[in-house]
Design a protein around this ligand. Structure first.
Ligand SMILES: [Zn+2]
Length: 142
Protein backbone atom coordinates (compact mmCIF):
# COMPACT_ATOMS: atom_id res chain seq x y z
CA UNK A 1 0.00 0.00 0.00
CA UNK A 2 2.78 2.41 0.94
CA UNK A 3 4.91 1.89 -2.16
CA UNK A 4 2.34 1.26 -4.85
CA UNK A 5 -0.40 3.64 -3.72
CA UNK A 6 1.32 6.10 -1.43
CA UNK A 7 -0.88 4.97 1.43
CA UNK A 8 1.42 4.23 4.37
CA UNK A 9 0.53 3.21 7.88
CA UNK A 10 -0.46 0.08 9.70
CA UNK A 11 -4.09 1.03 9.49
CA UNK A 12 -3.99 1.43 5.72
CA UNK A 13 -3.25 -2.28 5.66
CA UNK A 14 -5.85 -2.99 8.35
CA UNK A 15 -8.45 -1.22 6.20
CA UNK A 16 -7.61 -3.42 3.20
CA UNK A 17 -7.84 -6.56 5.34
CA UNK A 18 -11.10 -5.38 6.95
CA UNK A 19 -12.46 -4.74 3.44
CA UNK A 20 -11.64 -8.35 2.49
CA UNK A 21 -13.30 -9.59 5.69
CA UNK A 22 -16.27 -7.50 4.56
CA UNK A 23 -16.37 -9.62 1.40
CA UNK A 24 -16.38 -12.71 3.58
CA UNK A 25 -19.41 -11.36 5.47
CA UNK A 26 -21.11 -10.67 2.13
CA UNK A 27 -20.39 -14.27 1.19
CA UNK A 28 -22.00 -15.52 4.41
CA UNK A 29 -25.04 -13.31 3.78
CA UNK A 30 -25.53 -14.79 0.31
CA UNK A 31 -24.74 -11.53 -1.49
CA UNK A 32 -21.81 -13.08 -3.35
CA UNK A 33 -24.10 -15.82 -4.71
CA UNK A 34 -26.64 -13.22 -5.84
CA UNK A 35 -23.87 -11.40 -7.66
CA UNK A 36 -22.86 -14.62 -9.44
CA UNK A 37 -26.45 -15.09 -10.64
CA UNK A 38 -26.65 -11.49 -11.80
CA UNK A 39 -23.55 -11.93 -13.90
CA UNK A 40 -25.49 -14.23 -16.22
CA UNK A 41 -28.47 -11.92 -16.54
CA UNK A 42 -27.17 -8.38 -16.94
CA UNK A 43 -24.85 -6.52 -19.31
CA UNK A 44 -21.21 -5.94 -18.42
CA UNK A 45 -21.95 -2.29 -17.71
CA UNK A 46 -24.79 -3.15 -15.33
CA UNK A 47 -22.68 -5.80 -13.67
CA UNK A 48 -19.94 -3.23 -13.10
CA UNK A 49 -22.48 -1.11 -11.24
CA UNK A 50 -23.39 -4.05 -9.01
CA UNK A 51 -19.71 -4.60 -8.45
CA UNK A 52 -19.32 -0.98 -7.30
CA UNK A 53 -22.23 -1.54 -4.88
CA UNK A 54 -20.58 -4.70 -3.54
CA UNK A 55 -17.20 -3.01 -3.10
CA UNK A 56 -18.61 0.08 -1.42
CA UNK A 57 -20.50 -2.17 0.98
CA UNK A 58 -17.20 -3.92 1.81
CA UNK A 59 -15.73 -0.45 2.49
CA UNK A 60 -18.71 0.28 4.72
CA UNK A 61 -18.12 -2.97 6.63
CA UNK A 62 -14.45 -2.03 7.05
CA UNK A 63 -15.73 1.21 8.59
CA UNK A 64 -18.06 -0.69 10.94
CA UNK A 65 -15.09 -2.82 12.03
CA UNK A 66 -13.13 0.36 12.73
CA UNK A 67 -16.04 1.70 14.77
CA UNK A 68 -15.93 -1.38 17.00
CA UNK A 69 -12.22 -1.40 17.57
CA UNK A 70 -12.46 2.27 18.49
CA UNK A 71 -14.93 1.23 21.19
CA UNK A 72 -12.38 -1.37 22.31
CA UNK A 73 -9.88 1.45 22.75
CA UNK A 74 -7.33 0.00 20.34
CA UNK A 75 -7.63 2.55 17.57
CA UNK A 76 -4.63 4.85 17.47
CA UNK A 77 -4.28 8.48 16.53
CA UNK A 78 -4.14 8.80 12.75
CA UNK A 79 -5.58 5.35 12.04
CA UNK A 80 -8.83 6.61 10.53
CA UNK A 81 -6.87 9.12 8.43
CA UNK A 82 -4.58 6.32 7.19
CA UNK A 83 -7.61 4.27 6.17
CA UNK A 84 -9.22 7.26 4.46
CA UNK A 85 -6.00 7.98 2.62
CA UNK A 86 -5.88 4.36 1.47
CA UNK A 87 -9.53 4.46 0.32
CA UNK A 88 -8.74 7.66 -1.56
CA UNK A 89 -5.69 6.07 -3.19
CA UNK A 90 -7.55 3.04 -4.55
CA UNK A 91 -10.61 4.73 -6.07
CA UNK A 92 -11.31 3.70 -9.66
CA UNK A 93 -11.17 7.28 -10.93
CA UNK A 94 -7.81 7.94 -9.35
CA UNK A 95 -6.27 4.66 -10.50
CA UNK A 96 -7.59 5.10 -14.05
CA UNK A 97 -6.35 8.68 -14.19
CA UNK A 98 -2.90 7.59 -13.04
CA UNK A 99 -2.60 4.46 -15.19
CA UNK A 100 -4.56 5.40 -18.35
CA UNK A 101 -4.57 9.18 -18.17
CA UNK A 102 -8.35 9.25 -18.43
CA UNK A 103 -11.42 8.11 -16.52
CA UNK A 104 -14.23 5.90 -17.85
CA UNK A 105 -17.00 5.61 -15.25
CA UNK A 106 -18.75 2.75 -17.12
CA UNK A 107 -15.80 0.52 -16.35
CA UNK A 108 -15.67 1.34 -12.64
CA UNK A 109 -15.89 -1.77 -10.45
CA UNK A 110 -14.91 -0.45 -7.01
CA UNK A 111 -16.20 3.14 -6.88
CA UNK A 112 -14.52 6.51 -6.93
CA UNK A 113 -12.09 7.72 -4.30
CA UNK A 114 -14.78 9.99 -2.91
CA UNK A 115 -17.31 7.13 -2.70
CA UNK A 116 -14.85 4.75 -1.06
CA UNK A 117 -13.90 7.30 1.59
CA UNK A 118 -17.51 8.28 2.18
CA UNK A 119 -18.78 4.69 2.65
CA UNK A 120 -15.88 3.80 4.92
CA UNK A 121 -16.58 6.89 7.02
CA UNK A 122 -20.31 6.20 7.07
CA UNK A 123 -19.65 2.72 8.50
CA UNK A 124 -17.16 4.11 10.98
CA UNK A 125 -19.60 6.73 12.25
CA UNK A 126 -22.61 4.42 12.30
CA UNK A 127 -21.23 1.09 13.47
CA UNK A 128 -24.57 -0.35 12.41
CA UNK A 129 -24.66 -3.11 9.81
CA UNK A 130 -28.19 -2.16 8.79
CA UNK A 131 -27.11 1.25 7.45
CA UNK A 132 -24.85 -0.36 4.85
CA UNK A 133 -27.33 -1.27 2.14
CA UNK A 134 -25.57 -0.08 -1.00
CA UNK A 135 -27.90 -2.12 -3.23
CA UNK A 136 -31.26 -0.40 -2.78
CA UNK A 137 -30.32 3.22 -3.35
CA UNK A 138 -30.09 4.71 -6.86
CA UNK A 139 -26.67 4.18 -8.42
CA UNK A 140 -26.08 7.91 -8.91
CA UNK A 141 -26.69 8.47 -5.17
CA UNK A 142 -24.07 5.97 -4.02
ZN1 LIG B 1 -13.16 -5.61 -2.63
Amino acid sequence: MAEKFGAPGEYARAYVIAHEVGHHIQNLLGITDEMAMLRERVSQQEYNQYSVRLELQADYLAGVFTHYIQNEGILEEGDVEAAMNAANAIGDDRIQRETQGRVSPDSFTHGTSEQRMRWFLKGFKSGDLSDGDTFSIPYRDL
